[in-house]
Design a protein around this ligand. Sequence first.
Ligand SMILES: NC(=O)c1ccc[n+]([C@@H]2O[C@H](COP(=O)([O-])OP(=O)(O)OC[C@H]3O[C@@H](n4cnc5c(N)ncnc54)[C@H](O)[C@@H]3O)[C@@H](O)[C@H]2O)c1
Length: 338
Amino acid sequence: MTNPATVGITGVAGFIGSHLAERLLAEGRSVVGIDDFSHGSPSNMDTFRDHPNFTFLELDCRDALRVRRTFGDCDALVHLAAEKIPRYGGALKTLQANVAGAESLYEAALALDIPVLVASTSDVYGNATPPFAEDANLTLGPPTTRRWAYATSKLYDEHVALAMAAEQGLKVKIMRFFGSYGPRNNPSWWGGPQAAFFEILLDGKLMEIHGDGRQIRTFTYVSDTVDGVVRTLDCDEAEGEILNIGGEEPTTIYRLAHECQAALGMTGPLRATMVPYEAIGGKYQDVRVRIPDTTKAARMLGFRATVGLAEGLAVTADWHRARRDALETAGLDVASVA
Ligand SMILES: NC(=O)c1ccc[n+]([C@@H]2O[C@H](COP(=O)([O-])OP(=O)(O)OC[C@H]3O[C@@H](n4cnc5c(N)ncnc54)[C@H](O)[C@@H]3O)[C@@H](O)[C@H]2O)c1
């Protein structure tokens, strides 16, 4: 099959969605994007909003009828819109929004008879045995701990997708992202630890390191994440498959904090405070080690992350500074635009 020429993206004003749209437009493809701006920002689309091959509609992806109509001319869909952190938005909202959003996209893809890529998360592995292979047993904590609502919602989305594929012919490709970061990260914890650390440091405050800081994560610079998405989009063999899209450089959160401080050129002792898990609330549980097994993505997609952590953080740090400078120049309060 030829590569999809017109791609529908939900969450196009968000972090990954805006970078994906930019990449597809640069390749000469057309993009139809929707977003309800619940977490994304119109400014994330500044570089491509007026591109002749880009169409945007402010729309809630749960509105199944309008979603189907809006994406009527698309050759493939990429579903990125989601609620991510129950700690902030609430577990019920996370569960209901992510389930309804995915079902709406699956119905549209079925009706239009086109493939749909769905963004899942490394969080579905919970505390499984690392490195996480796509067919590994999953080890989520109990529903009495609110944080697992996000993983559960995404896992449900995966199950529904695969059941619709088996029973109704849905053409679905499931991507499990690992800690994507870079410019246009939501400038709060919503955007991940890098975004929070940079903004806190630039505010002159102390980074909050949860637990002992020795938890291990594998971060992925956004151009690598997007490369994984585009390769999945263009790979027929990926239909009905789950693929880890992640980096190759595991690091502790403690080291990440050091790297963020260094990327901003701030010297001296680490500007951080340790926050015990009990202080976070929601009977918080952490994932101790999160490392992807990327063998399948390498074999099937030829995917391999190429941007190192220090390199990616340097670009991201510059973006956070530039964003704040621009807000200050415009006379806007940085905190109110976070
Ligand atoms: N960023 C990561 O590291 C990461 C890791 C694992 C999984 N993911 C998944 O990747 C996807 C994209 O993540 P992101 O970091 O770009 O998030 P983001 O919050 O920056 O972008 C999501 C976008 O979706 C929009 N949105 C939310 N609900 C919507 C709705 N009902 N209708 C229309 N638009 C809606 C938001 O306004 C936002 O612009 C999400 O599904 C997320 O769960 C991301």
